[in-house]
Design a protein around this ligand. Structure first.
Ligand code: SAM
Length: 253
């Protein structure tokens, strides 16, 4: 039989029992990326763009920074002319400080061999655990193969903050994927490789950031796997290619 509480004091006492102590503390507001930045690519310098991203809100950054290697047109060492796509106009300390501020998980940075040590040192300084990872091209371009080794690998610096998602187990740091045939961008990365990284280091619904979006490989990988994306691309032509590419992408679930 229901018996009403005898007094206001009884009421208060039973309420205290029902509400766990923790929930009476003021709750820390959950900071999220504003909707105006979600599933968007901006034709903008990434350092300026990332300043609008709130701190500790990005579970995954996958990017391919300009390698800073001069092109054939300017007398450089690359076999194929990459035009402006590989010109490095950014300060790595500034870039990594910004990654550290906005990251809440993992960072993958494809880069030139000369950039590996600096990137790792900067990430370690910011408190990340790092690995040097290698993309082994299973179909390296057969140029000058009678004189020297083919150019068959690219470097990727991985950084991880405590608590980052990792959906793999005991995997080596060498990733074997063929180079794609797409010609959207002179340094375009293979979609299956970026899908592998997105799948490994994020959960469905997470936002994946690429500040150097190029032709939009990271955004396509994110969408196909049911993630969201945010990107920046300085070059108007590549920005438009990326936006068109995303329009034709089938969203995953
Ligand atoms: C190595 S490419 C990225 C290619 C891309 N992963 C793909 O699969 O197409 C680097 C890109 O960064 C762009 N870029 C260079 N400096 C930039 C900056 N400060 N902010 C935003 N984008 C920049 C270049 O125009 C270039 O398209």
């Amino acid at each position: 039989m229901f018996s009403p509480p005898n007094s206001a004091h009884d009421n208060a006492a039973s309420d205290t029992k029902r509400i766990p102590k923790k929930s009476r503390k003021p709750q820390k507001p959950v900071v999220v990326v504003p909707e105006s930045l979600v599933n968007r690519i901006f034709n903008e310098d990434c350092i300026e763009g990332m300043a609008r991203v709130p701190s500790a809100t990005i579970p995954l950054i996958v990017t391919d920074i300009p390698y800073g290697v001069v092109s054939r047109a300017s007398g450089g060492i690359r076999v194929f002319d990459k035009k402006q796509a590989d010109v490095c106009n950014i300060s790595l300390p500034k870039l990594i400080a910004e990654f550290s501020r906005i990251s809440a998980g993992s960072v993958y940075i494809f880069c030139g061999t000369e950039q590996v040590s600096e990137l790792r040192a900067l990430l370690v300084h910011e408190g990340f655990t790092t690995r040097l990872c290698i993309w082994e091209k299973t179909n390296p371009t057969p140029v000058n193969g009678q004189h020297l080794w083919l150019s068959g690998v690219e470097c990727c610096v991985f950084g991880r903050k405590k608590g980052a998602t990792f959906n793999e187990h005991c995997k080596n740091t060498v990733w074997r994927f063929p180079n794609g045939r797409s010609k959207r961008h002179p340094t375009e990365k293979p979609l299956p490789l970026f899908e592998y990284l997105v799948n490994t280091s994020s959960a469905p619904g997470d936002i994946v950031l690429d500040p150097f979006m190029g032709s939009g490989t990271t955004a396509e990988a994110a969408l196909r796997l049911g993630r969201k994306y945010l990107g920046f691309e300085l070059d108007k032509g590549y920005y438009e290619i990326a936006v068109e590419r995303i329009k034709g992408t089938k969203h995953g679930s």
